[in-house]
Each structure stands twice: as structure tokens, then as C-alpha cells.
Design a protein around this ligand. Structure first.
Ligand code: SF4
Ligand code: SF4
Length: 342
């Protein structure tokens, strides 16, 4: 089985320990952050293994190319320190089992991956996805297994990811356009971290969307609205792609007013935190996040991940915000979708 390529020496000489120092869920002095991370590296007991809420953010905070979050989850599994009650962990493993029920469209050189999220099929339609909607693939067979990192079941990730990669290879595709950040993050961050080869080109849907919008520039009618962006946890695996959100929103006339919980300080949707750390933390995170969106004067709450959208839609609606997926906002700007309709 593939193992994590983690460079212990890089941590031993790290001047910042930003991975833990910037963590929004645990507080450390700088010396302590360095010591605790080195304990994790050496496989020793550390409070990090008990208290990390699995927000993925340290994958972004580490600027030295190591993988602190994957290592924390490896160490937890080695020590049997699981993050959630066993039935929840098992439920996720069972729910995402490959059962030969995948759906494969008219795939040629390119496939559009809907992961195992039905809502992505509806989003990947219309003028923006012209010629590609028929190339969708969906199902557990094509699902990135990154969700199991939340439950410290790295063994499931290591077992399933090569099978998922192989399932794409069997389609004979050269390129896979990922509609879910977690898939793109899995192919471009987790796979190389574990030395797994990805023999096709993973493409990120926001790169694709920006390019399509630039091609269709004459069709864009600026929306002239303010929005708050709900950054998903999996975007922490691909922070180099975060700038695309602002570029796309600029192009369609959507302003992102400054707020406390954005960019590096973003708070996740918190539904996985509910399973891992309990309802009090999840409710607190969601309340702070939504209050921050309101204080920034946002009209819309823009989602990138359908799972975040499911978690927060009702809650933001109750507070007077309009929940919408980024693709639907783009469809609105090119006149394919009515304003204000979810
Ligand atoms: S994981 Fe990165 S930020 Fe953290 S101690 Fe190691 S090198 Fe430094
Ligand atoms: S995953 Fe999040 S909660 Fe856990 S150590 Fe990293 S930044 Fe902190």
C-alpha cells in the first residue's frame, strides 16, 4: 500500500510552524506549536491528535510543501484515535462503497467528473458546458475518497484512490474536469503525497469556467450584487486555485466585500465538524460565519461545494441571504437563470 511521503527534516528546521500556529481550532505559542508538530512527526502523543477538528487548513498554512493534515490523520489511525463515533465512520465507508452502479456518459478524450454528488450533474449543463454535459461520469467508482481523511481512515483513502484512478484510466480519457474541489485536490495533492501516479490530466472546473466566461464575454450582463463566498474545506488542498473565485466574480459583476472569515481565515461549512467535534462547535462556527456574511453587507451566499450548500442553505436563507452555487451565479450573468432563483 502507498505511504505518505513526509519529510521529517523539513519540520525539524521549520522556522514558523504555521501549520499549528494559524490553526483556528487550537491555540499555541510558537515554541509549543513547533514542539507539538515534532511530536506528531515522531509518532508521539500530542494534543493535536485529540483536538484537531479536521478542517484541512494546515495543508494551506504549511508553506514548505509538507502535509501536516495527512500526517495527523495517519498518526491518529496508527494509534486508533478516531475522530468520530464508530457508527458514523462506518456509515461513510459503507455509503461510498463501489457497487458497480456508476453512470458513464458519452465520454471521449474528456470526462466531466460529478464525483458521487448528484447535484453536480444539473450544474454542469447549459451554454457554459456546451459539448461536455454528455461526458459526465458519476458514482462511487469515480468518487475521490478524501472524505475519509476526516475520520482518520487514511487506509480507506490509500485502498480506494488507486481503484478510482484506474476506473478513469479504463475510460480511456486524457483529461478529467473535476466539478468538485475535493476530486481535484485528491488527484493533485493527496495522490502525489502518497506517490500515486495519475495518468490523465486532472483539470479544475473553475479554470474551465473562467475560460468559458472569457469566451462568452459579450453575453455577460454584470449582476452588480454583493456576495459572501463560502470556501470549502477541500479548497485548502489546492490554495493555488483560490484566486479563481474572485476573478470569476469580478467578471460577472459580483463584489466580495471584505469580511473576517475569508481567504486564509475562512470557516468551513461545519457539518463534518458536527460529526467530529459535536454540535456546539458546529453551531458556533456556523453562527459566526453567517453573522460575518451579514455584517459584510452580502446579498448572496455563494457556494463552490454542493455539500456546503446543503449544509448552510436553509440557515443562510433564514437570515435573509440568498444561497446559490457559483455555476448558477454565472448562468444568471449570461441570462440562463433567473435572478434570485436558487
Ligand atoms: S508541517 Fe509545514 S508548517 Fe508545519 S512544522 Fe512542518 S514544515 Fe513547518
Ligand atoms: S486540520 Fe484544521 S483543526 Fe486540524 S490541525 Fe490542521 S488547521 Fe488545525
Amino acid at each position: 500500500m502507498n505511504s505518505l511521503k513526509f519529510n521529517e527534516k523539513v519540520c525539524a528546521t521549520c522556522p514558523s510552524a504555521d501549520c499549528l500556529l494559524k490553526c483556528q481550532y487550537m491555540t499555541f505559542e510558537k515554541d509549543e506549536a513547533q514542539k507539538e508538530m515534532l511530536k506528531v512527526v515522531k509518532g508521539e502523543e500530542s494534543r493535536v491528535l485529540r483536538d484537531c477538528v479536521t478542517c484541512y487548513a494546515c495543508e494551506e498554512y504549511c508553506q514548505r510543501g509538507n502535509h501536516p493534515f495527512y500526517l495527523i490523520e495517519e498518526r491518529r489511525e496508527e494509534k486508533g484515535i478516531y475522530t468520530a463515533p464508530r457508527p458514523i465512520t462506518k456509515q461513510w465507508i459503507n455509503m461510498t462503497l463501489m457497487q458497480g452502479k456508476q453512470m458513464v456518459g458519452a465520454v471521449k478524450d474528456k470526462a466531466v467528473s460529478c464525483c458521487f454528488i448528484p447535484a453536480l450533474g444539473e450544474l454542469g449543463t447549459g451554454e457554459l458546458f456546451k459539448g461536455l454535459s454528455s461526458a459526465m461520469v458519476f458514482g462511487a467508482e469515480f468518487m475521490c475518497p478524501a472524505v475519509h481523511t476526516h475520520f482518520a481512515r487514511m487506509s480507506v483513502v490509500k485502498e480506494r484512490l488507486p481503484v478510482v484512478i484506474d476506473n478513469f484510466v479504463k475510460l480511456g480519457v486524457k483529461e478529467v474536469i473535476c466539478l468538485h474541489d475535493e476530486c481535484y485536490g485528491t488527484f493533485t495533492s493527496i495522490a502525489p503525497a502518497y506517490g500515486m501516479e495519475v495518468p490523465f490530466k486532472p483539470s479544475y472546473y473553475l479554470d474551465f469556467l473562467l475560460e468559458r466566461l472569457q469566451e462568452m464575454k459579450e453575453k455577460i450582463r454584470p449582476l452588480n450584487v454583493k456576495a459572501a463566498y463560502q470556501r470549502p474545506c477541500s479548497n485548502r488542498l489546492i490554495p493555488q486555485k483560490h484566486h479563481l473565485v474572485k476573478e470569476i466574480l469580478d467578471l460577472i459583476g459580483v463584489e466580495l466585500p471584505g469580511r473576517t472569515y475569508q481567504d486564509e481565515n475562512a470557516l468551513c461549512c461545519a457539518e463534518i465538524l458536527r460529526s467530529v467535534s459535536g454540535y456546539q462547535l458546529a453551531n458556533d462556527v456556523q453562527q459566526r460565519n453567517i453573522e460575518d456574511m451579514l455584517q459584510a453587507g452580502a446579498e448572496y451566499c455563494v457556494f463552490n461545494c454542493p455539500a456546503c450548500q446543503t449544509s448552510l442553505s436553509e440557515k443562510v436563507t433564514k437570515k435573509g441571504l440568498k444561497p446559490i452555487h457559483l455555476i448558477d451565479l454565472c448562468k444568471m450573468a449570461i441570462g440562463e437563470k433567473e435572478r434570485g432563483i436558487e
